[in-house]
Design a protein around this ligand. Structure first.
Ligand SMILES: Nc1ncnc2c1ncn2[C@@H]1O[C@H](COP(=O)(O)OP(=O)(O)OP(=O)(O)O)[C@@H](O)[C@H]1O
Length: 306
């Protein structure tokens, strides 16, 4: 039995359109399934929690974007008992990109229905003074989170998504945020052993996967099953250099630039001299001046091409 959690609002309604096609395929092939639609924000977490409670072990298939995968991970108490299938219908789709899951919904469905290959995936944990959130792709603080915050509230995102130009929303917001963003002083502690000081931090991203922000390869060396977070710290760069750095990150080449610092660790503690925006898988986690990121003790099995 497959339990589908569908965000019909993902990519401004694309999720609902794709679900119709998936449902038709499931019916015509006589596949046993149950479908649950998200009706409001964070509903996916509640649905996942209820499924886990009811079935102990089961296969949950998410139809949505990175935010819906994030909510499902946050709803699970024992992720090791769950097998996760994924049909990407979001605008960023970094989870699918990182796990090698096809973007084409029909291909992603046939992978789920035919494949017995699963990859064990780490789950990241973000702690602020007010929140504890899990993440599958990445979490971070600073400039990248400021872009997420603004994009979530953007009135033009829906219109551009309908025109197939959703990524333009992020480009426009990134330029605006780069202009507005003031770097801060930060103290970063790796695995409670090594402390580093950054006088002009723009952002720090803790990556479980290689990609975030719709295909930026901020951590080309990341492996989602190695129990570690791969950290990309951007500091001590001028704004024009950041503007030049961003396109190189599409190919993961930014790591060679001065001012970009890469680390891998099991835990990172970040303290900044003022509260900055924080995100987990592109979803807002408010503002904080102190965050702790680590990998959780349990992994989750994800259906992948193998
Ligand atoms: N019925 C609903 N109405 C309004 N919002 C919803 C509903 N169901 C889920 N959501 C919210 O939609 C948001 C976006 O979902 P999701 O990440 O799946 O799609 P996306 O933003 O298009 O994709 P991506 O994260 O890959 O860019 C999430 O914050 C989620 O809580």
């Amino acid at each position: 039995m497959y339990y589908f959690i569908i965000n019909p609002r993902s990519r401004s309604g694309y999720g609902a359109v794709i679900w119709d096609k998936i449902q038709h395929e499931l019916e015509s092939r006589g596949i046993p399934y149950e479908a649950y639609f998200t009706l409001y924000k964070k509903h996916a977490a509640r649905l996942a929690h209820e499924l886990e409670d009811r079935h102990h072990t089961c296969t949950i298939v998410v139809v949505g974007g990175d935010g819906t995968v994030n909510e499902v991970l946050n709803g699970l108490t024992h992720p090791a008992r769950i097998t996760l299938g994924y049909i990407p219908t979001g605008s960023g789709n970094d989870f699918a990109r990182g796990m090698g899951i096809p973007f084409d919904p029909a291909e992603a469905l046939s992978l789920i229905l035919s494949s017995h290959a699963v990859a064990e995936m780490d789950i990241g944990t973000l702690k602020t003074r007010y929140h504890t959130r899990c993440f599958g792709v990445s979490a971070g603080i600073g400039f990248d989170a400021a872009i997420c915050h603004e994009a979530l509230a953007s009135p033009i995102k829906d219109t551009l998504n309908h025109l197939g130009l959703g990524k333009l929303t992020y480009v426009g917001i990134a330029l605006r945020q780069l202009f507005l963003f003031k770097p801060c002083q930060a103290r970063i502690c790796l695995d409670k052993k090594q402390t580093l000081h950054f006088p002009r931090l723009y952002f720090a991203a803790a990556m479980n996967q290689k990609y975030e922000g719709g295909g930026f390869q901020f951590a080309p060396g990341a492996k989602s099953d190695d129990g570690k977070l791969h950290i990309c710290v951007v500091g001590n760069l001028s704004k024009p250099k950041i503007l030049l750095m961003l396109p190189t990150a599409f190919w993961g080449k930014h790591i060679h630039l001065k001012g970009i610092h890469m680390f891998s660790c099991r835990q990172i503690d970040i303290h900044t001299d003022r509260p900055l925006p924080v995100h987990s898988d592109g979803e807002s986690c408010g503002y904080a001046d102190s965050i702790s990121l680590s990998t959780a003790s349990e992994q989750i099995s994800v259906i992948t091409p193998g």
